[in-house]
Design a protein around this ligand. Structure first.
Ligand code: GDP
Ligand code: MN
Length: 398
């Protein structure tokens, strides 16, 4: 799960990481009022979306950049007016962009150096790893490609935690003088504590700024949380902003469906994660591209089947639906009933290929046949995938 920058700043600040003064505004008037309350004479206004690259981004109406530096509360109001209600497009949002419903208004920081600092989970070592670079402010992927030696990766033993010598090593790599290690080391310990306590999958501070006054502050922050640990962090769950999420994923979560949106055009409904993945592979092997992973599970109810089917039907990129069910605990007749009731309320707009096997398969096939729905039956797995690919391409099948 993702949260907004202003929320990440609050969490970092509570953990003991210095962040610039500021607050979030939902209207231009609020933005101006916040600016007036800040004891400073230059301000930064930042569009709040769940995506990075805002500084280099642009709005749907051509307005430039999601990060503006201005001098007066009046200008803060102007910028906020442009941003709120607009859609920001960055290299991370995709061409459709993300809606801006709020802006962060803060004191502008006088930057001496921009550093990069992140704590993420390293899958190869199975440990948290600190990623640090003096080349902050830009994309770390670009640094990794052009200048990999400019990045330090320090693996933390999860049982021992961040050791003082490791914090010093990272701070020295970041260019702090040996007499000035206290502030960056404290910041590293605070960020690591937050990472562990809140079950983060990522704490990214880019840039971590060294100010002209010599302070070390988190100018931008991106926190990501492990969805499987959210049940023990009600306070994090409450930070969720549905306006920033893929509507398909939201609908799926609402019905407790195990769903992942993909880029292709063949909607899939399968039971069992293994069979679902095999189905995606078969579609690829047959020359097609799946629109999603969807495992309706062994114990799916008729309501869940109906919801799953509706979700696939509502996805405008879906040009054919492949239903691949091996009836075990989930019986084929129940699946058929779910499909029929979903299609009654929502007549199919794309070809549907159905491969049923297993418990009550005859009853299931009979129900589907008698329903009068325009379904394309298939027996074998490859046959089903090929029929789906042909149907999605708009050609007539054999
Ligand atoms: P991002 O583009 O979404 O990563 O947004 P950032 O918050 O990282 O802002 C992009 C860039 O704007 C930063 O790398 C800084 O160079 C600049 N910036 C952001 N906040 C400030 C600020 O308070 N003062 C100054 N001088 N520059 C800032
Ligand atoms: Mn940034």
């Amino acid at each position: 799960m993702n949260i907004h920058e202003y929320q990440a700043r609050d969490l970092l600040s509570s953990a003991g990481v210095a962040v610039p003064r500021g607050a979030v505004a939902k209207t231009a008037e609020e933005a101006e009022a916040i600016a007036r309350s800040l004891p400073c004479n230059s301000f930064v206004v930042k569009a709040q979306v769940h995506a990075g690259g805002r500084g280099k981004g642009h709005f749907q109406d051509g307005y430039k950049s999601g990060v503006h530096l201005v001098k007066t509360p009046h200008q803060v109001r102007d910028v906020a007016q442009h941003m709120i209600g607009n859609t920001l497009i960055t290299h991370q949002t995709g061409p459709e962009g993300k809606p801006v419903h709020s802006v962060l208004v803060g004191e502008s920081t006088e930057i001496a150096r921009e550093l990069y600092l992140a704590i993420v989970l390293d899958r190869s070592s199975g440990c948290p790893v600190i990623v640090a670079s003096q080349q902050g402010g830009m994309e770390i992927e670009a640094v990794a490609e052009k200048n990999p030696e400019a990045i330090l990766r320090e693996v933390i033993h999860p049982g021992l935690g961040l050791q003082p010598y490791q914090a010093r090593k990272v701070s020295i790599f970041l260019g702090f003088p040996s007499t000035g290690l206290r502030a960056p080391c404290r910041l590293l310990h605070a960020a690591y504590r937050l990472f562990i306590e809140k079950d983060c999958s990522q704490v990214e501070i880019n840039p971590l700024a060294v100010t002209k006054g010599g302070d070390v502050v988190a100018l931008d922050a991106k926190l990501n949380f492990d969805d499987n640990a959210l049940f023990r962090h009600k306070e994090i769950q409450d930070l969720q902003d549905p306006s920033q999420e893929d509507p398909r994923d939201l609908a799926a979560a609402e019905h407790h469906l195990n769903y992942i949106g993909l880029e292709g055009n063949i909607g899939c409904m399968v039971n069992g994660a293994g069979l679902a993945m095999a189905t995606l592979d078969l579609i690829q092997a047959a020359g097609g591209k799946p629109a999603n992973f969807l495992d309706v599970g062994g114990g799916a109810s008729e309501q869940m089947i109906t919801a799953a089917f509706r979700l696939l039907q509502a996805d405008s990129s879906v040009k054919a639906i492949l239903v691949n069910i091996f009836g075990g605990i989930l019986k084929c007749d129940l699946l058929a009933q779910g499909m029929i009731s979903a299609c009654r309320n929502n007549p199919p707009r794309v070809p549907i290929i159905v491969r049923l096997q297993g418990t009550n398969v005859e009853q299931g096939r009979k129900l589907l046949k008698e329903s009068g729905l325009p379904l394309i039956p298939a027996e074998g797995l490859m046959e089903a995938a090929e029929k789906a690919v042909t149907a999605a391409s708009g050609k007539k099948g054999k």
